[in-house]
Design a protein. Structure first.
Length: 71
């Protein structure tokens, strides 16, 4: 059986002529498949995490311990 790699042809959303190697701040959005509410619910404008959301939050907050250049 032969293997053919899947090649995705997507338009880059990166800014042209921007040096991504410099220190910067980034806004990151996490979306679940089909925008399912897997991490909790928004109640009166506040995110209320469920058990999965709490686990993701702990992992997210732990990133600087593994990657010292990330704050």
């Amino acid at each position: 059986m032969s293997y053919s790699p899947v090649i995705h042809h997507r338009k880059s959303i990166r800014l042209q002529n921007y040096d991504y190697s410099t220190g910067s701040m980034y806004f990151i959005t996490i979306c679940a498949f089909e925008r399912q509410c897997l991490f909790g619910a928004v109640v009166e404008g506040k995110m209320c995490l469920n058990a999965v959301g709490e686990a993701v939050s702990r992992g997210w907050q732990d990133i600087p311990r593994h990657f010292p250049n990330v704050a």
